[in-house]
Design a protein around this ligand. Structure first.
Ligand SMILES: Nc1ncnc2c1ncn2[C@@H]1O[C@H](COP(=O)(O)OP(=O)(O)O)[C@@H](O)[C@H]1O
Ligand SMILES: [Mg+2]
Length: 258
């Protein structure tokens, strides 16, 4: 495992939680997806959610953004229960940014037009809006592809664009749904560096998920294993891979990081 994260913050127990899911349960039809799930993101932390396909990772993000409501339990951001707040208020008032696994951009618009379209909704002042767009284009090195339609971008360029779009409204919490899926090794490394810089330079707290561990563990402070609708193990990457519950539920016996 190439270690992108040089310094892992281990004293999060003393830190303030920015986002908490309290005893969340959710069924789809008769199928229990989340069962009394507790999850806590500390201020300034990068937290990884690990679990096989279909375990409920995207569902957790959909609950946080307001796309879904839980049957039971509360979602707390900065000490305020947000269950009743609609999606746009979770974005603008509670500062949630979301990078979905698929899509998240307008296929038919250029990189610049995509950023402009969202910035026009999120930022009223036009000079501030233009400054924001320019700074994101430069931060993510999108200048050479600024006038290319999003549908023609590579997988990594699309992912950078969607992260840039999510940053327009200055999120304090960023959710990334399987950001490394279907990307090559070098692009994954670039994205891991971007994610770690968003934490260290922009003070953004981050949750990312993946169904496979290696790329995720390289860039998180802490990760949790989701199994049967619950968090069954959590810890730093090195402690988690030795955790017996994590091995039983997810890693198996032979998983190693080198
Ligand atoms: N809108 C929905 N209606 C019914 N079942 C759903 C819906 N969304 C997801 N599911 C089911 O819920 C489970 C969890 O899905 P998901 O959160 O997408 O898993 P993951 O992201 O971990 O792969 C899966 O079994 C999936 O088929
Ligand atoms: Mg998913």
């Amino acid at each position: 495992m190439s270690n992108i994260k040089k310094f892992r913050i281990k004293n999060f127990k003393e830190k303030k939680s920015i986002l908490t899911l309290n005893k969340i349960s959710l069924k789809f039809g008769r199928k229990m997806i989340l069962d009394n799930l507790d999850l806590k993101l500390n201020n300034g932390q990068i937290l990884g959610l690990l679990g096989p396909n279909g375990v409920g990772k995207s569902t957790i993000f959909n609950l946080i953004t307001g796309l879904l409501s839980p049957d039971f339990g509360s979602i707390v951001i900065n000490s305020k229960v947000v269950n009743k707040y609609p999606i746009y208020q979770r974005t603008l008032k509670f500062k949630i940014g979301f990078v979905p696994q698929y899509g998240g951009y307008f296929h038919d618009l250029t990189v610049y037009e995509n950023l402009k379209a969202i910035a026009e909704i999120a930022i009223e002042n036009s000079s501030f809006r233009n400054e924001k767009i320019d700074s994101l284009i430069s931060k993510f090195e999108l200048d050479p592809i600024r006038d290319i339609k999003a549908e023609f971008l590579s997988g990594g360029q699309k992912k950078k664009l969607v992260i840039a779009i999510a940053l327009i409204s200055d999120p304090k919490i960023l959710l990334l749904d399987e950001p490394f899926a279907a990307l090559d090794v070098m692009t994954i490394k670039t994205l891991q560096e971007i994610i770690v810089k968003l934490q260290s330079n922009n003070a953004i707290s981050i949750i990312l998920c993946d169904h496979q561990a290696r790329d995720l563990l390289a860039c998180v402070d802490t990760a949790v294993i989701i199994h049967n609708g619950k968090v069954v193990a959590q810890g730093t990457p090195t402690s988690l891979i030795q955790n017996i519950d994590a091995k039983n539920a997810y890693f198996g016996d032979s998983f190693k990081i080198s």
